[in-house]
Design a protein around this ligand. Structure first.
Ligand SMILES: Cc1cc2nc3c(=O)[nH]c(=O)nc-3n(C[C@H](O)[C@H](O)[C@H](O)COP(=O)(O)OP(=O)(O)OC[C@H]3O[C@@H](n4cnc5c(N)ncnc54)[C@H](O)[C@@H]3O)c2cc1C
Length: 484
């Protein structure tokens, strides 16, 4: 099969009997569920973009196995041009969701592309694990599957042994090995896109404080979401069933986050990529460079988000007529600065990309991880700026029913500004509300603060890859001059 259409994606979701729970009941069909259907449609529309005649060459590339067009985010980049093409494709997807679906399928596709190229890394555990990875990557590329992932173990306490506690009975672990595969039990968070995925990938960035060389908690695998014993528990949906006018982003881009319970789930051997080896697991990032690729996808999403919020802020200011106020100009300038910095880091990561030991053109890790780290504080600031620019206008945003209700004449007369009709003003501020003040927007802030790990872990990760020698050498040289 080649790159899928939206309909094929939705059919695929219906074909799997997954155990997905929301609000106390099992979701029979996410594609029709009131809290989930709009998100499924949003992803389907991304798939449709792949097959649009005017976009197909930009969104797909030729499969090296079948010669069919497959999604471009699956490409194993060999040149800077490949990275740029991949970025343009991902940016098209990110802009289509205003940057609000950070876990569009490209997020996992770029990681598995990097891992397939680095299959030799997994083969260090057992030779067949390398082959498993290569075959799995081809499987998801050729079938154009959507993956969710869950990296973090639930913890009973964050006080006893610090970060990354691994408690028996809570954390996901191997229970036993059989001739068919490994049986795993435990709980993981936080599977964004869990309700919309064909498959789930399980790995961990690292097992921080695990000192043993071999551990039942060290594992990496991928299985269909319909696998027996697997259960997804959704948070509340932020699609409140309102119109696009009332809830412009929430009614379109609910990507859902799930807790995942593994109740003695059998992972077939051919789906195991890493088993027991703590050293291999802990070195997965630097050893395969996948993180630089997922950060590349993150940088693209960040740019789409910055551009969207800048555009929103400019329209808000135009609508309110506040654009000439110095404090407003300063805040708009700050939004421009963040947008430009994000774009510059993303492009510098591509320009400074190098072929890694696996023959993959790898974006410069420091540049691309920096955009991720910056966004932990930048995104909340972008939202704060919207709040400061909008003030009470967020509250002067009646619903669609009010706009056409008995008070329509009052609304039309008194809510108009010099720059906009009442309807255009309200429509704009309801959109801004979805970004800046309601539950959908708050979840986006939380996402940007934590989706790639807690801020301390992120800071340490960046410090770990930064080449410190050159900076120290300059100071040493200066000190040596002083001494002469
Ligand atoms: C909206 C959203 C979507 C996400 N999507 C995904 C996903 O798709 N897949 C996935 O795998 N993960 C996902 N994540 C989870 C993300 O990986 C974790 O949130 C992240 O790793 C941080 O872990 P935590 O939430 O347990 O925070 P914690 O580790 O509890 O950190 C919270 C705060 O407590 C501090 N802290 C933690 N432990 C200690 C301690 N022992 N002592 C002192 N301070 C401590 C931290 O520094 C931090 O400030 C998502 C998270 C969010 C919010």
């Amino acid at each position: 099969m080649a790159a899928r259409s939206g309909t094929q994606y939705l059919d695929g979701l219906r074909a799997q009997q997954r155990s997905i729970w929301l609000g106390g009941t099992r979701v029979e069909d996410v594609t029709t569920h009131p809290g989930l259907a709009s998100g499924a449609r949003a992803i389907a529309s991304l798939y449709d973009m792949q097959l649009e005649p005017s976009l197909k060459s930009e969104m797909t590339y030729t499969s090296p196995t079948t010669g069919d067009p497959v999604g471009l985010s699956f490409i194993i980049p060999k040149t800077i041009d490949d990275l740029v093409r991949r970025r343009e494709m991902m940016l098209r997807w990110a802009r289509a969701t205003c940057g609000m679906m950070g876990r569009s399928p490209d997020f996992m596709n770029v990681s598995f592309a990097a891992w397939a190229a680095a299959a030799g890394y997994f083969a260090r555990g057992r030779p067949e694990f390398g082959e498993n990875m290569r075959r799995y990557y081809e499987h998801i590329r050729e079938n154009d599957l959507v993956l969710t992932h869950a990296l973090i173990n639930l913890q009973r306490s964050r006080s006893s042994t610090g970060l990354y506690n691994l408690e028996d009975g809570t954390a996901l672990r191997v229970m036993r090995e059989t001739s068919a595969g490994v049986v795993v039990r435990g709980a993981r968070v936080l599977a964004t896109l869990g309700a919309y995925a064909d498959e789930i990938a399980v790995y961990s960035p690292r097992l921080g404080l695990h000192s043993d060389g071999h551990s039942p908690f060290a594992l990496s695998f991928a299985i269909p979401c319909a696998t027996k014993g697997l259960r997804f528990l959704c948070r509340d949906s932020y699609d409140l069933g309102r119109s696009h006018f009332d809830h412009p982003l929430g009614s379109r881009f609910e990507e859902m986050d799930c807790i995942v319970f593994f109740d003695d789930v059998l992972v077939p051997w051919e789906r195991v990529f890493l088993l027991g080896d703590v050293g291999l697991l802990n070195n997965l990032g630097p050893g395969t460079n996948y993180s630089a690729h997922s950060a590349h996808q993150g940088a693209v999403k960040n740019l789409a988000k910055c551009e969207f919020i800048l555009g929103l802020a400019l329209l808000m200011v135009e609508t309110l007529g506040s654009g000439k106020a110095p404090q407003v100009e300063a805040m708009i300038g700050e939004l421009m600065l963040h947008t430009t910095t994000t774009k510059a880091l993303m492009r510098a990561a591509e320009a400074d990309a190098k072929i890694d030991e696996w023959g993959v053109m790898c974006p410069d890790a420091v540049m691309v991880e920096s955009t991720r780290n910056l966004f932990v504080t930048v995104y909340p600031r972008l939202v704060e700026i919207l709040q400061l620019l909008g003030s009470s206008s967020f509250m002067i945003a009646p619903s669609e029913a009010d706009m056409d209700g008995p008070l329509k004449a009052d609304i039309d007369q008194y809510l108009a500004t010099d720059g906009a009709s009442a309807r255009d003003r309200v429509k704009l501020f309801r959109l801004a509300s979805d970004v800046a003040i309601n539950a959908f927007g708050s979840r986006q802030v939380l996402y940007e603060r934590f989706y790639a790990g807690d801020p301390l872990a992120r800071a340490r990760a960046l410090a770990g890859i930064y080449a410190k020698g050159e900076a120290m050498e300059r100071v040493r040289a200066f000190l040596a001059e002083e001494a002469e």
